[in-house]
Design a protein around this ligand. Sequence first.
Ligand SMILES: *[C@@H]1O[C@H](CO)[C@@H](O)[C@H](O)[C@H]1NC(C)=O
Ligand SMILES: *[C@@H]1O[C@H](CO)[C@@H](O)[C@H](O)[C@H]1NC(C)=O
Ligand SMILES: *[C@@H]1O[C@H](CO)[C@@H](O)[C@H](O)[C@H]1NC(C)=O
Ligand SMILES: *[C@@H]1O[C@H](CO)[C@@H](O)[C@H](O)[C@H]1NC(C)=O
Ligand SMILES: *[C@@H]1O[C@H](CO)[C@@H](O)[C@H](O)[C@H]1NC(C)=O
Length: 376
Amino acid sequence: MMFLKMPRFKKYQLRLISVCFSAFLFMAYWEKIENNIVSHIMSFSYRHLLNRFTFINASLRVNPEDALKYRYLINNERKCADKDVLLLLFVKSSSENFERRQAIRSTWGNETYIEKTLGVTVRVLFALGLHPKPEYRSQLKKELFFEDHRYHDLIQQDFKDTFHNLTLKLLLQLGWKENYCHHSQFLMSADDDVFVHIPNLIRYLQGVGHRNAKDFWIGRVHRGSPPVRDKESKYYVSRDMYPWVSYPDYTAGSGYVLSRDVAARIYQASLTLNASFHIDDVFLGICAKVMNISPKDHLFFSGEGKAPFHSCIYNQMMTSHGHVSDIRETWKRVTEAEVGNVSSGLIRRLYCTVMKVRLLCVPFISNSYPCKAAFF
Ligand SMILES: *[C@@H]1O[C@H](CO)[C@@H](O)[C@H](O)[C@H]1NC(C)=O
Ligand SMILES: *[C@@H]1O[C@H](CO)[C@@H](O)[C@H](O)[C@H]1NC(C)=O
Ligand SMILES: *[C@@H]1O[C@H](CO)[C@@H](O)[C@H](O)[C@H]1NC(C)=O
Ligand SMILES: *[C@@H]1O[C@H](CO)[C@@H](O)[C@H](O)[C@H]1NC(C)=O
Ligand SMILES: *[C@@H]1O[C@H](CO)[C@@H](O)[C@H](O)[C@H]1NC(C)=O
């Protein structure tokens, strides 16, 4: 038999090792920590001490006559008509992402399935612009025509569909809701690589809706984020466009929900503000600020990352970001978990807390939900 002989450390040596190890960890994560500290200081001073963003109201104002207007190329005006719609759900898509739309139609965006199993009416629409390369447009036009003829769920306007035009796509969604689906209780906007746990979301909204939701705006909230001034970044914003050091609070554009009154007020504000500010979710935050509306954070709306695959997470998740080829797979697991409905006793709860701590609280393993979601 062999015994492992541990090297013997003196007390001070052990202490030294642990100090070195902590210093190493600290340095490894310094950049993140620093970013956090900076943005928290900014956030604190800007949101609470210096001002309340009243300047935005004056500085970004435009004449409503100058508001940008685009023509509908495809519209489904009657999509919401004659129905008591709980949720109008916009998916921001691009003309060529046919496969993604198909995956969504046959999983979490299946209106028939939702009506049948959850007993509520949800309307799903894909919001599109024009392909940035004109030479692709005529072929895509034909394909979109057939696609829409079959599914009746596209809306398209004649602006160029680029990252820097995302605010125009936001205006498309707000305007469509205002004009054709004013009565829907909630509006959601999501990217086409987001997985929405529609059963969880609907149950949640029904709870909120009972109290006749007002002033309701939920998602992953960014508080007091500073504008990116690095010209290489796609989020770069010039000082001309936004001179201040912090944005108002906003929800990540990958997925958020507004109540009817909030959507209407934000739409009104959007008509009076300079929409050349191209980051759509920040622009929504600016509109909301003008109307004095603030967002509420929900721990299970993912801003960036993909939710860890675990049944303890499925029970609570609302959205998960970064799904392209695995939407069907995830849907299958989620709906099977739904049928199984594992016992929800104390043991199960303890087990899930431990699992969630392991999945969410190890730094930088998962950037989907914050650590505190483990105790939620
Ligand atoms: C949507 O769900 C219904 C009912 O569950 C099903 O019959 C239909 O095939 C589904 N649609 C798609 C595109 O998968
Ligand atoms: C946004 O769309 C408009 C209308 O198609 C176009 O003129 C403009 O160049 C686009 N902007 C960007 C940054 O792509
Ligand atoms: C909106 O802002 C842009 C850039 O900051 C500016 O060039 C443009 O003139 C403004 N539009 C209006 C209508 O004020
Ligand atoms: C923004 O300005 C408009 C018109 O100048 C004013 O009616 C509105 O009350 C202002 N909003 C806030 C939140 O100060
Ligand atoms: C799962 O079980 C719990 C408690 O047994 C119950 O309250 C809940 O409604 C069930 N959920 C589903 C989707 O069946």
